[in-house]
Design a protein around this ligand. Structure first.
Ligand code: ADP
Ligand code: MG
Length: 325
């Protein structure tokens, strides 16, 4: 599908070109005063290129929403700087035309207005002329599968439709950076899938996306890179596949499709592997030696132990906790 986004090139080309859409450096924010003072964000730097999806992960209270609000120009940082396409959202109002945000919860829409009215209204706040907003709105609603609901008050829509609409509203001024705070929270499986597809399409159209989610499978599927925040500080930041590979073991599982004879099993055990029925588990990397033993038995599957983002996340949290105790 094509989105009414600024189409300078395809997402992948932009990614190669390395256009930096978001550059946030050393952000800091404390709430309260005196003894009540609390450092919500201590030191957060994030970069996102055009067309890139960054998953911004961390436990509750880690500072994700505060960071997103600082990037979106909604909360002023105590220190640090934000640049969106080189513009500062806290100094240059033009920067606010480059960023769209869907914040946590349901406060992104007017419930008594229809989808089209919401798009026109929020477009107006970002200086999009009414006619233009309406035209883009019709197009977005069509692309988001909401055309037949365009005149239904938002409060009558399903939670999934409301969330899709919130994303459409955030795109009406054609931002180059989209901030999505928990976009699939509380959605059923089908609605989550639809939102995930939309996120992919929006990134493919060249928009940089900052995504927070507690659903690590969603983060794993959608993100090019992951940044993990804990107690207001980034503790890991890497391309998603590299982070996962780093935490993946080097063990192999081989399914031979038929029981492995005693002779072979003994040799495999000498190499350090274990055998049960037609399965071999081999916690080493001398895979070819192992395959020489197995030859000429049929091989149904060879698979390497692979961590997922949940393993990575839990492991990192444990490491930080044990360092602190
Ligand atoms: N307006 C506020 N006033 C005081 N404390 C706040 C405010 N907003 C957030 N906090 C606190 O800052 C910390 C970080 O919150 P938040 O950014 O919402 O984290 P996350 O989105 O990662 O769950 C939390 O301890 C939260 O209670
Ligand atoms: Mg939050």
């Amino acid at each position: 599908m094509t989105l009414p986004l600024p189409m300078r090139a395809t997402g992948n080309l932009l990614k190669l070109a390395g256009n930096i859409t978001l550059d946030a450096q050393h952000l800091k924010k404390s709430y309260g005063r005196g003894k009540q003072r609390f450092d919500a964000v201590r030191d957060v730097s994030l970069r996102i290129s055009a067309g890139e999806v960054l998953a911004f992960l961390g436990p509750n209270g880690a500072g994700k929403t505060t960071t997103i609000k600082m990037i979106g120009g909604l909360v002023r940082p105590d220190a640090g700087q934000v640049r969106i396409d080189g513009l500062d959202p806290h100094q240059q109002s033009m920067a606010l035309k480059r960023v769209g945000a869907v914040l946590e919860g349901n406060r992104n829409l007017y419930w008594r207005l229809t989808p089209l009215e919401n798009i026109e209204y929020f477009g107006g706040l970002r200086q999009v002329p009414r006619q233009v907003a309406r035209q883009r709105g019709e197009q977005l609603l069509e692309q988001f599968g909401l055309s037949d609901k365009r005149k239904t008050p938002v409060q009558k829509l399903s939670r999934g439709m409301q969330q899709k609409l919130a994303i459409a509203v955030a795109l009406v001024h054609q931002p180059t950076l989209l901030l999505l705070d928990e976009p699939t929270l509380g959605l059923d499986v089908e609605a989550s899938e639809t939102v995930k597809t939309l996120v992919r399409d929006i990134a493919a159209a060249g928009c940089g996306i900052l995504l927070t989610t507690h659903q690590l499978d969603v983060a794993e599927e959608l993100s090019d890179r992951v940044a993990i925040i804990r107690q207001g500080q980034i503790i890991a930041e890497q391309p998603t596949h590299e982070l996962i590979r780093q935490f993946s073991g080097s063990a192999y599982h081989i399914d031979c499709g038929q029981p492995i004879d005693i002779e072979r099993a003994k040799k495999i055990m000498v190499l350090g592997g274990t055998v049960s029925d037609n399965q071999v588990h081999f916690p080493g990397d001398a895979l070819y030696e192992l395959l020489d033993i197995v030859r000429p038995l049929p091989i149904r599957e060879i698979r390497q132990d692979r961590a997922d983002l949940t393993d990575v996340f839990l492991s990192l949290m444990r490491d930080v906790e044990s360092e602190q105790s």
